[in-house]
Design a protein around this ligand. Sequence first.
Ligand SMILES: [Zn+2]
Length: 95
Amino acid sequence: MDAASPARRQILIGMDALDGNAIAGWLFEGFGSEMTTVVGRCKHCGTRSLIAELAVYTRAPGAVARCRTCGNVAMVLVKIRDSMHVYDDAFELLR
Ligand SMILES: [Zn+2]
């Protein structure tokens, strides 16, 4: 029985995380297409997941999306003036 790892993950991710659907509009703005159904790979731990499955924390004027497996930051979105900047260096999009 491995009760420790879900608990540890809960600490990393927290109870207040949203999912990738929360930033669907911003992603659309940044990439110019629907992104929540795109699969990516976390460069920290190698886990593949849908963008919709990332743990998202919105924090004006942007958002941070973390890998649910290792808790590391996968994507950062920042709104600067009127344009959306997406930093996805740690999340390899598999399209
Ligand atoms: Zn990861």
